[in-house]
Write a protein that binds this ligand. Structure first.
Ligand code: MG
Ligand code: ZN
Length: 179
């Protein structure tokens, strides 16, 4: 099946070191909602896999996370696109869960949910842990230079074969050209 996995902060919306704690703080990166719509128009399902340890750390409630995602869905819908599902890890970094990236749990859940293998599935992120979770499950890691991407780019631990793009719109151009 045609599936693309996206990280959220630093890929779809601007990231913040202070966490995105309210819908007002969630601001789309120009071109990202439209890029998701272009994937949909080409027959791709788009899912989000995002670490949201701010929940586990008590910085914001689940209600707030849902409200933030509501805004994301509406913003993408206004551009003519659709995010099929949002997978999130709400756990704190020290909780030892299997879903916080770089752990592969969220990606494995996506594979189970869509009853598909992730081999070659484009997975776009701005942090090393996004790329590592992708590589661990056979997905195709793609780094964008938005968010933390510029810093991540020079990390020697970036998985071999990771493709690098200026932003999500450029990564989507590549995905659609390669398809
Ligand atoms: Mg990110
Ligand atoms: Zn988790």
């Amino acid at each position: 099946m045609k599936l693309v996995i996206l990280d959220r902060d630093g890929v779809i919306n601007f990231d913040s070191d202070q966490y995105i704690k309210s819908p007002a703080e969630w601001k789309p990166i120009p071109g990202s909602p439209e890029a998701i719509a272009r994937l949909n128009q080409a027959g791709y399902r788009v899912v989000v896999a995002t670490n949201q340890s701010g929940v586990g750390r008590g910085l914001f409630e689940m209600d707030t996370l849902n409200a933030i995602h509501d805004k994301m869905h509406k913003t993408v819908a206004a551009a003519g696109g659709r995010i099929d599902a949002v997978f999130y890890c709400p756990h704190a970094a020290d909780a030892g869960c299997d879903c916080r990236k770089p752990q592969p749990g969220m990606f494995e859940r996506i594979a189970a949910c869509y009853n598909t293998d992730l081999a070659g599935v484009p997975a776009v992120g701005d942090s090393l842990r996004d790329l590592q979770a992708a590589a661990a499950t056979g997905a195709r890691p793609m780094l964008v230079l938005t968010g933390k991407g510029v810093k991540t780019q020079h990390d020697p631990a970036v998985p071999a074969g990771t493709l690098v793009f200026s932003d999500l719109a450029a990564a989507v151009d590549y995905i659609l050209r390669a398809a």
